[in-house]
Every structure is written in C-alpha cells, then in structure tokens.
Design a protein around this ligand. Structure first.
Ligand code: NAP
Length: 350
C-alpha cells in the first residue's frame, strides 16, 4: 500500500510503497478515511519537535473504518467508523503518540516507552493502518455523517476540549483562547461556544483569522495581541478560564498576559507548544486562588463527548474550512498545512 514515511532522522517525508499492515494481538486494522495534517508537521519531520522513532509511517490521528480486529478486541467491530487518537498509555507516566513525536510524563521517555514505540510505531498517513486498540474510539452513527473528511478535525477538537474541561464546566463562564488563530485554538473556540461559554475571547495576531472567529456569533470577542503584557491582559480579561494554545513563541509574555487576565478563582490551562518558563507570582496565585493546569492530548471519554456535540449539531463543523490532499505530493501537502491556520485545516484523504 502507499504511505507517507520517514526513513531516517535526516530524511524528508516521502511517499513510498510499504507492506500491508498485518493484524496482531491488541490491534485494529482500519481503512484511513481522512487524517488531519497538523500545521507544524514539517517541523516534526525535520526534528524540531523531538525525535521520531524512524523509520516509520508518519501520522498521529485519523478517522477510519474498521476492516478487521484482533480476537482480543471487543469495543469496536468491522464496519465501525472510529477515531484513532494515537495516545497509548502504559500507566505511570509512560505514554507515547503512535506515529508521531511527543512522550508523556517528563517527556524524556525511557526503556518502557522505547519498547512501546518498537511495538506500535507506524502512524496513519497511509491507505490502511494497524492501530493499538487503546487508541481507537467508536463514533456511533458516523457512517451517516455527510462529510467524513471533516471528521478528521475531531482529534484537535478533543485535545482542545480536554484542556477546557480541565478548568471545569464552561457554561455561563467567560473563556479566553490565546492562539485562537491557530488550529488548536480555533478548535477550542468552537468547543467553548458549543459548551455554553458566556463569552469566548479569541486572542491572536492575524486580523483575518480573528475576523473569521468573530463571525461565529455574538458571544465571540477578539483581542489582537500587541506583545505588551499589560495591554494584552487588559484586552483579554477579565475571564474565568484562559486556554493557552500558542505555538512556539519567543517570549512568555502572551501566556503571562492570559494569566494576568484571570478573575479570582480563575484557571489558566496550558495546551500549546510554548517552550518558555513562566514566572508565576506566588502571592498573587495564592491570594486570588488561581489555578494553572496542564493538559496533554485527550482521553477517550472526551472523544465520545465531542462526537456527540458534533452529531447533535451543537458543534457545527461547517464553520471549519476543509482542504483535502491526496498521498501523491507530501511536500506540497506539508506546505499547504503550514499555511493553513485559523478555522482551516488540511486533511489527507488517501
Ligand atoms: N497539549 C497537547 O496535547 C497538544 C496537542 C497538539 C498540539 N499541541 C501544541 O499546540 C500548538 C498549537 O498547535 P496548532 O495546531 O494550533 O498550530 P498552529 O495552527 O500552527 O497555531 C499556532 C498558534 O500560535 C500562534 N503563534 C505562533 N508563533 C507566535 C508568536 N511568535 N507570537 C504569537 N503567537 C504565535 C499562531 O498565531 P498566528 O496565527 O498569528 O501565526 C497560532 O495562533 C503546537 O505548537 C503544538 O505543539 C499540543
């Protein structure tokens, strides 16, 4: 079959013919219907986001149709439409993302995560994929969904939702999303609106993307980042919940502006790719009873919740611009993905 693979640390992402995946214990064989190509996939391939277990077929998550399951798999069956979340958790902080970079716990990995990555290495940028059963969640009724490729955005919605849920229920609360102009941030805006936030302040740099978010409805406010912490804090808040979904920024200031924008008892959740240390004022956090949380990927229960929001129409995916690519030109696809942010995303339809 055809797949996007990386052969060695200095290799590019290439289309290659690879052997068909062979079903084995704990495995779910899926036909890949569509897979989100994250905006920063090019940086993952060039090693700027940590080491890939090469050689591998790349790709962290997809929506697929189950072809066959191993005899010890009971929660999904052939014909089911499923999401593959990539997250394989052995407990005790040993977690891997199959087909991608990123390790749970301290992020350093160890002997056990090495063994996990040896067993479950290949991702989903391919015609078919063998997924670990723990990474596969059924989407009941999804065979009737009119545009399955759009469902490739579900994993990003679920990551955003897990982050927002770390701050508690959203209904009637004021929420800010920092980096709302990115794909994870845009997903967070959609989830917060669907879950009844009173207002959602979309924060980012790009005016066109902010305008598009504002058009989602009257509960959306926008703030264009100025780079000045005090000005940004005043423009963002006051809010009960701030979710930071920024990519790598040169300073911690936008994240700290989000912290400053919190009301008393508010929560800042970190889900982005910021590689900065945060100087949190001890007395302020204590006296204002603030919470700072981290959130990584999503649990399977959140996948089911988000799917029900989509299936019921509470979360309308028609607001998201879907750009589809095939397997033929991986470099062009990565280019397109990098240029596609805001409420747009690239899905590989193999
Ligand atoms: N916690 C998790 O489980 C999890 C899962 C997936 C991804 N992530 C992380 O989330 C991050 C965002 O992912 P994504 O898919 O949303 O990527 P993306 O679409 O590329 O979005 C990046 C966001 O960061 C902003 N940004 C980048 N550089 C900036 C700068 N110098 N100053 C201010 N804003 C800046 C962008 O603003 P503009 O639109 O103005 O460029 C955009 O809003 C990634 O870095 C990834 O590592 C975390």
């Amino acid at each position: 079959m055809r797949a996007w693979t990386v052969a060695s640390p200095d290799d590019d992402l290439r289309l290659r013919d690879v052997p068909e995946p062979v079903l084995r214990g704990g495995g779910v064989l899926v036909e890949v219907l569509a897979a989100h190509v994250p905006a920063y996939t090019g940086k993952v391939v060039t090693g700027h986001r940590g080491g890939l277990p090469v050689p591998l077929t790349l790709g962290p998550s997809c929506v697929g149709r189950v072809i066959e399951v191993a005899p010890d798999v009971f929660h999904v069956a052939p014909g089911d439409i499923v999401v593959d979340t990539a997250l394989l958790d052995a407990g005790g902080g040993d977690e891997i993302l199959v087909g991608w970079v990123g390790l749970g716990g301290s992020g350093a990995g160890g002997e056990r995560t090495d063994r996990m990555r040896a067993q479950w290495r290949d991702g989903v940028f391919a015609e078919r994929a063998l997924c670990a059963k723990e990474t596969v969640v059924e989407l009941p009724g999804a065979d009737a969904y009119p545009d399955p490729a759009r469902l490739a955005f579900l994993p990003w919605l679920c990551i955003a939702a897990s982050g927002l849920h770390a701050a508690g229920p959203l209904a009637g609360r004021d929420v800010a999303v920092i980096g709302a102009t990115g794909q994870l941030g845009g997903a967070a805006v959609l989830v917060a609106l669907a879950e009844g936030a009173a207002t959602v302040t979309a924060v980012g740099r790009g005016q066109a993307a902010l305008d598009r978010l504002a058009a989602l409805g009257p509960r959306v406010r926008t703030h264009r980042l100025t780079g000045d912490r005090a000005t940004d804090a005043a423009g963002i808040g006051p809010v009960d919940v701030a979710l930071d979904a920024l990519g790598a920024t040169p300073t911690p200031d936008p994240t700290l502006a989000a912290y400053d924008s919190l009301r008393g008892r508010g929560t800042l959740v970190l889900v982005g790719g910021v590689r900065q240390d945060l100087a949190i004022p001890y007395g302020d956090l204590m006296h204002r009873r603030l919470t700072v949380r981290g959130s990584w990927m999503s649990d399977n229960a959140t996948v089911s919740t988000v799917w029900r929001l989509v299936r019921s129409g509470l979360l309308d995916l028609s607001a998201v611009e879907l750009l589809t690519v095939g397997l033929d030109r991986p470099a062009a696809a990565l280019d397109l993905a990098e240029r596609t942010t805001g409420l747009g995303f690239v899905a590989l339809v193999p």
